[in-house]
Design a protein around this ligand. Structure first.
Ligand code: PA5
Length: 453
């Protein structure tokens, strides 16, 4: 019933979505110098029709993956925020927690992969270097590490500083190092430092297209390059995104999952004060999906509304089922009535782990003996959702048929569109992030002070 109150807003949001698809223009979305700035994420899945992800781009990525498979032992990806979170999702879903401990044959020839540059933590960076050196000495001669340095702006402190530390340490240890840069490809007066460096050093350059913000960039070479070096099916990922894009165009919310999700969350926030969203996939490999979503939601919607209406946003929280049922669920169930829980369920894990009937003499253990862990996972989700619903605690469940590249592409693209629609409903520009500039202005001078400047 609430939806009717927002009829005009919804119609305008659908119009805005059509406009973005056709022209890339979002009303009020301006570049730093005040000119309208294109928003190009809707074009990304359309490989045939756009300059962004055309066949040549994909082939180049696949060739890089083939090269990594044949000649590289380990990859380190340096990036932060939008230049890290999407790639981490692809890695976790495709490779799982134990990838780097697998044999080369178990990895189908693909290299080990590590992430760095998503913090400036000296302990972890030194441990990463030690790990790479250990692997190199175990293999003997000819250990090659590919350093993928991802930064749209080309000078972000975390990836750049870690890259320099790791590169120097590996070279000093006599390890072969290859560097690949992913950055804004412009070579005009806006050329990034990373681009200049890459040209100077002869590093291959992959592109972060202008007009695609970090949190949408998993569908660009930023995310796809990680997919390419681990053998993830990047074509299927984009195909899923494309199919979902088609499913998210209707003005009828019952035929448009992104619009429906956006409307429900908007009403939940605006009318019912549900200003926290728990993103709770069930399954360990999906934790980074929740982390990716945290950035998408927080950076896109947490800001001032247009026309002086006030402030908008929901505080995103990462949770994983069943783990956090033993930690957060108490509060979700009985704490303040200010949350929406978004569950993500995998219908079929395509692998089974049946609990054996080892101790059937104990009733408690017998109760779940013979069951598959995946079935227990999904039953726990159902119970959690039912319990919340029983107390009018808002929750929504998305079901992925399997954790394939295709379904992941579908789901992540749906969330991107949902955030866009919600931004339009709430009167916020989902594509800017003025708030993160504030601390940056303070950090620069503080670092300069430390150097005695
Ligand atoms: O979404 C964003 O814009 C940020 O999270 C950026 O991706 C992050 O700050 C990294 O920026 P860059 O790719 O320029 O190094």
């Amino acid at each position: 019933a609430d939806v009717h109150t927002y009829f005009d807003l919804i119609a305008n949001a659908v119009k805005a979505a059509t406009r973005v698809r056709l022209t890339g223009v979002v009303e009020g979305h301006l570049s730093k110098d005040g000119a309208p700035e294109a928003v190009l994420f809707p074009q990304l899945p359309y490989i045939e029709d756009t300059h962004l992800n055309n066949e040549a781009v994909l082939q180049r990525l696949i060739n890089l993956g083939q090269h990594a498979k044949e000649s590289v032992d380990a990859v380190v990806s340096f990036g932060i925020g939008g230049s890290y979170l999407g790639g981490k999702v692809l890695f976790d879903v495709h490779c799982g927690e134990f990838w780097n401990q697998k044999t080369v044959a178990e990895r189908d020839g693909y290299p080990q992969l590590y992430f760095s540059g998503n913090n400036v933590d000296p302990l972890r960076t030194n441990e990463l270097i030690a790990t790479l050196k250990r692997s190199a000495s175990q293999k003997g001669a000819d250990f090659t590490v590919m350093l993928i340095l991802i930064s749209k702006s080309g000078s972000t402190i975390e990836p750049m500083s870690n890259f320099m530390v790791v590169q120097e340490a590996l070279l000093a240890a006599g390890i072969n190092v290859e560097v690949v840069a992913v950055t804004d490809p412009r070579d005009d007066e806006k050329e990034t430092l990373l681009h200049k460096l890459a040209v100077q050093q002869g590093w291959p350059i992959f592109a972060v297209p202008d007009g695609v913000g970090g949190r949408f960039s998993v569908f660009t070479e930023v995310g796809l390059i990680i997919g390419a070096v681990i053998g993830f099916d990047i074509r299927a990922f984009l195909e899923g995104a494309r199919d979902m894009d088609k499913a998210c165009q209707s003005g009828d919310m019952l035929k448009n999952p992104a619009l429906l999700n956006a409307i429900l969350k908007y009403i939940g926030s605006e009318k019912y004060g549900r200003i926290i969203e728990i993103m709770m996939p069930y399954g360990d490999s999906l934790k980074s999906l929740a982390e990716w979503y945290v950035q998408l939601l927080a950076e896109s919607l947490g800001k001032k509304q247009s026309k002086g209406k006030g402030r908008y946003g929901r505080t995103p929280v990462v949770a994983v089922g069943t783990t956090d049922m033993h930690a957060q669920t108490q509060e979700h169930q009985e704490g303040r009535l200010n949350k929406i829980v978004t569950f993500v369920k995998v219908k079929d894990w395509e692998t089974k782990a049946i609990v054996p009937h080892t101790y059937d003499e104990y009733k408690t253990l017998k109760a779940f003996s013979g069951l598959d862990l995946g079935a227990i996972l999904n039953t726990a989700l159902e119970a959690n959702s039912e319990a919340l619903t029983g107390d009018e605690r808002f929750n929504i469940t998305f079901e992925l048929p399997t954790v394939s590249a295709y379904h992941l592409g579908e789901f992540m693209f749906m969330l991107c569109w949902s955030i866009f629609y919600e931004g339009q409903l709430a009167g916020v520009d989902a594509f800017d992030q003025p708030g993160v500039e504030v601390y940056k202005k303070l950090l620069g001078p503080k670092l300069a002070e430390q150097q005695g400047e």
